[in-house]
Design a protein around this ligand. Structure first.
Ligand code: ADQ
Length: 471
């Protein structure tokens, strides 16, 4: 790709830092090659008394190697309506099928739009005519429409990292027709799974009378948009490198020593209601109750990193999880064995592979998830001679690819408990075979494949209609 790449996302990461993760590393590679630019929110909120005028954020520029990082501050009012309000109080729950948790406060959408307009105004002067723009995630659905309204004719792609639900769930969002119009201002829409893509095409036909014009292209609102499934992957070599580095190895050795007598199960998630943590704990309790051989022989380490604590649904899930862990330990624990070790914190990325490698079973059981990279990281970190087993929710996007995992319905407590038991008991031969199949999949569809294939399709997407303002 010869054009410069411009990435836009809510947060910006320095691709040179390990803590940034595989996505930043992969985007960083392409950004580096093209001398690109990464634009987003600075993470800074300006209070009204500090002169935070709604809609006018200060812009910061920072050079990270060949990549230019440009960020903008947000006023308190804009941040609360755009981030906690519309993005995480409306779009996140609805896109994860949780209409019951959505807060359709009418003030949020105006702030969401203001911030997208602010991003468009600040980004536009930085653009060159043949830049390719790649916008990430649900925070920025209207960004292309706002850029087009200012006359931007560049090619613009959008990738949705979270699921897209069926049309009748989307239709419950007041003003949803504005969102679908906005999606048609992009040239390419990328989804995590075929299921999500199917929901988009059904929705576009039902609500926007979109016409299928062939080769994955859809026409509505006088524009043509290309839509496809681009399941995100991890940087397998980078993650395996971390497993062999000092911190990863130290962690592995310590966990192996600590749990030499017992099999370790591991769960690593953000503390989010979409991740199915209470359901997972109930399945683990069911395992201990129904399969007495697992008592005193299995320990679950659950790490749940703090997330969005200013949104009320998140504090509810925290209390529910703490109470379940307490009651499992209270009812089943022995003087020298606690069934669950629960930690409400983030584990340093460099230590994760060691923890995964020391675990016999990973529990990745979200109620809904766009993809779930923990599942892929767990596979990459295993010793191929003695690998662990992945228990994976059929409702994670990753389940479309990772058919050699033990797939479960996380709402089915007894069924999930039975699958965990099977994972704990699985003979070495079967573990190796399944792991080989899973490794083939994550290697073939890694994060570089994801990045390259999205940008290749975006590069070819017809730009005939770009620049048509419709607002
Ligand atoms: P997330 O919901 O944040 O991402 P996920 O893919 O599981 O979910 O994790 C992203 C990264 O965070 C992984 O690299 C993981 O190791 C790390 N992580 C998670 N919990 C952690 C913890 N407790 N301590 C340390 N690190 C932790 C969204 C979508 C997903 C999609 C990704 C990428 O919700 O479905 O897979 O984007 O597209």
């Amino acid at each position: 790709m010869s054009s410069r790449l411009v990435v836009v996302s809510n947060r910006v990461a320095d691709p040179r830092k390990t803590a940034a993760g595989g996505l930043a590393v992969a985007l960083g590679d392409v950004l580096n090659k093209t001398g690109g630019l990464w634009f987003g929110w600075s993470g800074k909120v300006i209070e009204a008394e500090q002169g935070g005028v709604a809609g006018e954020g200060e812009v910061h520029t920072h050079q990270a190697g060949a990549v230019k990082l440009v960020t903008v501050d947000l006023s308190r009012e804009d941040h609360d309506a755009y981030y906690a309000g519309y993005s995480n109080g409306v779009l996140w729950p609805v896109f994860h099928y949780r209409l019951d948790l959505a807060d359709f406060d009418t003030g949020y959408i105006a702030g969401y739009r203001r911030v997208n307009q602010l991003f468009a105004r600040k980004l536009l002067p930085l653009l060159q005519p043949d830049d390719i723009i790649w916008v990430h995630d649900y925070h920025l659905i209207p960004l292309a429409a706002e850029l087009r309204a200012l006359g931007c004719a560049n090619r613009i792609g959008f990738f949705l990292h979270i699921p897209l639900p069926p049309p009748l769930i989307l239709a419950a969002i007041p003003g949803h027709d504005w969102l679908i119009r906005a999606l048609f201002s992009f040239d390419l829409l990328g989804f995590q799974s075929k299921a999500d893509l199917g929901h988009f095409t059904a929705y576009a036909q039902a609500e926007a009378h979109a016409q299928n014009v062939g080769e994955g292209r859809w026409r509505a609102f006088n524009r043509t948009v290309h839509a496809g499934a681009f399941p995100i992957g991890i940087d397998v070599d980078e993650f395996q490198g971390l497993a062999q580095a000092k911190e990863g190895l130290d962690m592995y050795v310590r966990m192996k020593e600590e749990y030499s007598r017992r099999k370790l199960l591991v769960g690593v998630d953000r503390l989010d209601y979409s991740k199915g943590l209470p359901q997972r704990m109930r399945a683990f309790r069911e395992l201990l109750a129904s399969y007495p051989d697992t008592r005193d022989s299995a320990t679950l380490i659950q790490i749940a990193s703090p997330s969005r604590e200013d949104v009320s649904a998140y504090s509810d899930i925290l209390h529910e999880l703490e109470s379940l862990c307490g009651s499992i330990n209270g009812n089943f624990g022995e003087l020298d064995w606690m069934p669950v070790r629960y930690m409400h914190r983030t584990v340093a990325r460099a230590r994760l592979p060691g923890l995964y490698r020391a675990s016999r079973v990973a529990l990745v059981t979200p109620l809904r998830d766009g993809m779930n990279l923990v599942a892929k990281e767990f596979i990459a970190a295993q010793d191929p001679e003695d690998p662990g087993v992945l228990v994976l929710s059929r409702f994670a996007g990753a389940a479309e690819q990772l058919r050699d995992a033990l797939l479960v319905n996380p709402y089915d407590t007894a069924g999930t408990a039975a699958a965990i038991h099977m994972a704990l008991m699985m003979p070495l031969e079967e573990r190796r075979e399944r792991h080989q199949g899973l490794m083939n999949s994550i290697r073939r569809y890694d994060v570089h494949w994801w990045c390259d294939s999205f940008l290749e399709v975006l590069g070819e997407a017809s730009a005939e209609e770009s620049g048509t303002p419709w607002l």
